[in-house]
Design a protein around this ligand. Structure first.
Ligand code: PMP
Length: 310
């Protein structure tokens, strides 16, 4: 395959099928399908969002030549936006809570971005506030703000969701996916429900996130978990939220690497734990779709595959 831009390598990722043969708890005849989004060129599902945000910003006249893009991010959205901004000749500043992995920050820097760290104790809300402050200070800057921008779910409604439907020939029992901004989950869910309203929706969060009513506290699984309920989820008929402990999420992440060769991050491990819990509840023949959002090598400094406490 010859391409003329790295952007053309985004999307059309493989779908890995897991059956009883891979995980004995999956009933014979049922399957879990994991969309391997870590195989996007920037290493995550957020490459799709980066491309879309820059395209939308340009179409709406919010981005012109010389505009600086500013965005609060755990890292993957920054990498995706930086990839798209590079091609458009735009500069980027990303505001990142300092707890997030050094590798993601190094990758954003490698793509020419400037990083501003905010205190871990202020969470993503602190990064959002700092990004808004910078936006007000820097003239000709654009703040896509993935946490509020309808372009976020729209990116997944338009690119990822049709691929899932096509991959599965339209036959999906449940959609199980992690929730950070909620863009992936809500964009995909709306598309799927328009085609088949019987599809069950299961949101995945780490312990320390509040979707199941738990108390907000820190967690080690990166990329998912919320301090407030994302507005994108409003009105969605969600069947339930799966709250996954760091221990279970990391253990599954390690197992997926060692036994199945998928070098994915901890939000993928958490999604797989939730997908397994879902598939055992369903009738034989069910098809559970989940997402592996990013690559694990961006968490090596956090000993993602070698922590024996998990
Ligand atoms: N997993 C990882 C590793 C992520 O970086 C993100 C985005 N923060 C997600 C899952 C969740 O995606 P979304 O923001 O679309 O809910």
């Amino acid at each position: 395959m010859i391409i003329d831009s790295i952007q053309a390598a985004i999307g059309h990722t493989p779908m890995l099928r897991f059956t009883h043969h891979h995980f004995t708890e999956i009933p014979e005849g049922s399957a879990i399908y994991a969309k391997l989004e870590y195989l996007n060129p920037g290493g995550s599902i957020k490459d799709r969002l980066g491309t879309y945000l820059i395209k939308e910003g340009m179409a709406q006249g919010k981005i012109k030549e010389g505009t600086t893009i500013i965005e609060p991010t755990a890292g993957n959205t920054g990498i995706g936006v930086a990839l798209a901004a590079l091609e458009a000749g735009l500069s980027t500043i990303f505001v990142v809570p300092e707890k997030f992995s050094l590798e993601k920050q190094a990758l954003m820097t490698a793509l020419g971005a400037k990083i501003v760290d905010t205190p871990t104790s202020e969470g993503i809300s602190g990064a959002i506030a700092e990004a808004k402050r910078l936006h007000a200070e820097i003239s000709d800057s654009y703040l896509p703000l993935q946490f509020e921008n309808p372009a976020n779910p729209a990116a997944y409604y338009q690119s990822l969701a049709p691929e899932l439907m096509e991959d599965l020939g339209g036959d999906i029992t449940s959609f199980v996916a992690g929730i950070g901004s909620g863009g992936t989950f809500s964009g995909v869910a709306r598309y799927l429900l328009e085609r088949d309203p019987s599809i069950r929706l299961i949101g995945v969060e780490p312990e320390g996130s509040i979707l199941n009513g738990g108390e907000s506290h820190g967690h080690e699984i990166e990329g998912i978990g919320v301090e407030f309920i994302p507005a994108f989820l409003e009105g969605l008929p969600i069947s339930g939220f799966a709250t996954i402990s760091d221990g279970d999420g990391f253990a599954m992440t390690r197992k997926l690497a060692r036994e199945h060769g998928t070098l994915i991050g901890s939000s993928s491990g958490a999604a797989m734990v939730a997908a397994l819990a879902e598939v055992v509840k369903l009738p034989v023949g069910s098809r559970v779709v989940t997402i592996f959002p990013d690559a694990g090598d961006r968490y090596l400094s956090k000993d993602i595959y070698s922590r024996e406490e998990y």
